[in-house]
Design a protein around this ligand. Sequence first.
Ligand code: FES
Length: 194
Amino acid sequence: MAQAETRHPAHPVPAPYTGRTAIDLDVVREIMSHFHYDDFEEAQELILSALQEVNEHFGWVSYEAAEIVAEALGTTVNRVYALLTFYADFRTEPRGVHHLLVCHGVSCYVLGSQALVQHIRDHYGIGDGETTADEQLSLQVVNGCLGVCDWSPVVKLDDSYSGHQTPESLTALINRAIAGKQAKEESNGAHSAD
Ligand code: FES
């Protein structure tokens, strides 16, 4: 893994939705059994690698899981938790089925990203880092440019970027994603019942 300093926290790549709202600490211990450290200086690389593996497996990292990482790598939970909360790739809460990034870089901010965030709060009842009660949608506000300023204001819903968003178009985008996924699951269920 690259040095921590070279990772850019403004371009989060959220782990896929896993549906795992609880973290099995025995699985975290099993993951950690593959990590070994030689000295404290190298520990940061290992901490980030370990957090990445836990994050990808569960979709998020709990405080208890961070404690196990710290213990296994001979460091403090404060150090592990500081790294966990610094990088936007990592989540400390389970994410929803759909993950929405709203760019809050300068261009998007000037062209209305604040109104999008406020709309999500009003319409879906969630703020930055939160997930709706039905676990369908998580919001993450990115305080950095997503690199497609020509499309400002820009959002990224799951794997797709969408530009020139308004509150109305964003609602339509989210509703389509939720309905599309549910229809796909129902279709898969119908086929497996055949
Ligand atoms: S500021 Fe949002 S894409 Fe550049």
